[in-house]
Every structure is written in C-alpha cells, then in structure tokens.
Design a protein. Sequence first.
Length: 210
Amino acid sequence: MQKGLIGKKIGMTQIFDENSNVVPVTVVEAGPCVVTQKKTVDTDGYEAVQLGFQDVKVERLSKPLKGHFAKADVAPKKVLKEFRLSDVASLNVGDILKADTFEVGALVDVTGTSKGKGTAGAIKRWNFGRLKESHGTGPVARHAGSLGACSDPSRVYKGKKLAGHLGSERVTVQNLTIVKIDAENNLIAIKGAIPGPKGSYVIIKDSVKA
C-alpha cells in the first residue's frame, strides 16, 4: 500500500542495533498530517489526497487559503502537499495520519530541498581538477580553464559546466531504511542522511524501487 507523510528534519544522531553496531540516523518529525482535500476521478480526473502539516496562525494566511481550510473544516496548516496514495478511497477530509503509518524496516524515498551554498566555482560545483600551480599559471589555479574551440563554433555550448548557483534544489534520496519509530512523539529515525538543513520540510513516501 502506497503511503506518504510530510515531516520536518530535526537533525542527525546515532543509535545502536541489536548487535551493538552504530547506525547513523536522521530524526524526522513526521506528522501528524491532516487530510485537507480529497480528489476523485469524477471531479478531478485522478485520485489523491492533500495533506497539511504544522499549525499556522490564521492571520498569516491569504484569503483563498482561509476559505480552503474553512471549507474542509480543519485547522490552518503551514505546509500542504498532494499524495497519490493507494488507499485514497478509505481516507476522508479531517482524517489524521501519524508516524505509525510506516513500520520499522520499511524502505522509503525522502524528498527535500538541499542546502543552498550560493555561487560556487567549477571545482566545488562540478568536481573539476585544478590547474598547475607553477610555471606561469598565476593566481588562477582554481579556474575552469578552456571552454572549447575558438573560431568554430565561436561560442560556448549550452549546458557547459561552469561556476554558478549551487544547492537549494529539490533532491530525492531513495531506498532509505526506517530504523526506529516513536509513535507517541511522531518521530521517525531514518538510516543515513536526507537533504536539507535542520528545520526544513521533507516528504516521506514508500520507495518506488523496493
């Protein structure tokens, strides 16, 4: 059954398994998520549910969003995401999904926004090699070097790897294992690292390749 939740990255730590091996984990506050909208084949052409996560003050909402939450008769939420789940028919507006939606040992895909690193050079951004640091190279050992031919085509091809903006993009890490679940506090410990800084929002779904 396809499952999904919205969560907030708390940070990384380590736990010990039954064999006393250290397991690096990322702790995510997953849910509670409330169903704020339900889409059906008759009205929208496909089946999906919209989940809301983390309460927000009504004063901070736009008028359309106020009406959206008022129609659903649910408390205003800060983050809204749509999920095409396999059990949409069994869910109704107002239902709450918590961390125990998943089980320990399940494989999940986690999507988030990676850390923004500003403008980066070609070495940091694309793993370019350095130029020589002697014999006349000068103070440009970390520059990108030649960009291509001169007279033909007399331009730089589109898509050339150059210095530029690094990070702050949507990233999905696949096939991560859920190591521990604290249903009481809605916490999920996922083995390995997930994208984004502490406090950023992530989407947890069943692995598509499992």
